[in-house]
Design a protein around this ligand. Structure first.
Ligand code: NAD
Length: 260
């Protein structure tokens, strides 16, 4: 059994702990600054902050918490030689620094704003569609994402990944413009709108629109299980790796290069 340290025992942390046995994973330690439940995995050690004792005896860490002190958490994983799966979102401005920490360490780290296999395949399809539609200037391109009202970042990390993928095929489009938009959209921008309501686990849409018709590609998460299963799969995969990885690396590894 692989021994995992879970950082963050909220909606995602609890689901990962519930599904862990199906992946031959034991939750050995949990770190949460404010545990709101008695439903804890048997034999897990509980900590209110990330300290070396929480990492001791764990093969890998899975982090679904808040972006605030992410760099100090990554530094400690590196210092304690603990490979890490980072699902926490909203810290892309600190990514460069995080990559330097990992480059100077002996661990592997896989980071993804969306660990679901379906989203990864959706992003592959989106790349292929953008590559096709960029040849037809009569079609404009735009994006929309929707999440539950407690989500703390906008646009979602997945929307940013989607924009990067699409922009790479549109040489005349240089940036993603996010809501609110109170002016005509610049010709070098792609619009990405964000909507927050209720309990939606996540929806991302890519739209190509002409005077005559609309073509949409949509990924709708039905629940959070896809994210949790992806993170548990990544926990096994990252243990033998060294360096910085994204979900694409894992998928390409599994698909043996059959990507768009
Ligand atoms: P949540 O609010 O339900 O849970 C977060 C938990 O982390 C809370 O219990 C909180 O007390 C704890 N926490 C926050 N900061 C902490 C810290 N510094 N140290 C210890 N504990 C801390 O949120 P959630 O829905 O479980 O999502 C958690 C994160 O994962 C968010 O950033 C969210 O955007 C992201 N997320 C990623 C994916 C993915 O596939 N990568 C999927 C869903 C959510």
């Amino acid at each position: 059994m692989t021994r995992v340290l879970l950082v963050g025992y909220g909606k995602m942390g609890k689901l990962i702990a519930k599904l862990a046995p199906d992946f031959d994973i034991t939750i050995a330690s949990i770190v949460d600054r404010d545990i709101q439940t008695n439903e804890l995995p048997k034999d897990a050690k509980i900590f209110s902050q990330l300290v070396p004792e929480a990492i001791n005896g764990c093969d890998v860490a899975i982090d679904f918490a808040e972006a605030g002190d992410i760099l100090s958490r990554i530094s400690l994983f590196a210092k304690c030689s603990c490979p890490a799966v980072i699902g926490t979102t909203g810290w892309d401005k600190q990514e460069y620094e995080a990559k330097q920490i990992i480059a100077a360490s002996d661990i592997g780290l896989i980071s993804a704003p969306n660990f679901s296999l379906g989203v990864s395949l959706f992003l592959q399809l989106a790349g292929a569609a953008a590559k096709l539609f960029t040849n037809f200037p009569q079609y404009d391109v735009g994006m929309h994402e929707m999440h539950h009202r407690q989500k703390q970042d906008a646009p979602s990390g997945t929307a940013k990944l989607l924009a990067t993928k699409v922009l790479s095929h549109y040489p005349k489009r240089e940036r993603m413009e996010t809501t609110p938009v109170d002016h005509a959209l610049a010709s070098n921008a792609i619009h990405s709108s964000s909507f927050r309501v209720g309990f939606v686990p996540g929806m991302h849409e890519l739209m190509f629109d002409s005077l005559e018709d609309t073509i949409t590609l949509t990924h709708t998460a039905r629940n959070r299980e896809g994210f949790a299963k992806g993170a548990l799969t990544a926990a096994h995969w990252i243990i033998s790796k060294k360096g910085w990885f994204t979900l694409d690396d894992l998928i390409i590894d599994k698909l043996k290069g059959h990507t768009c």
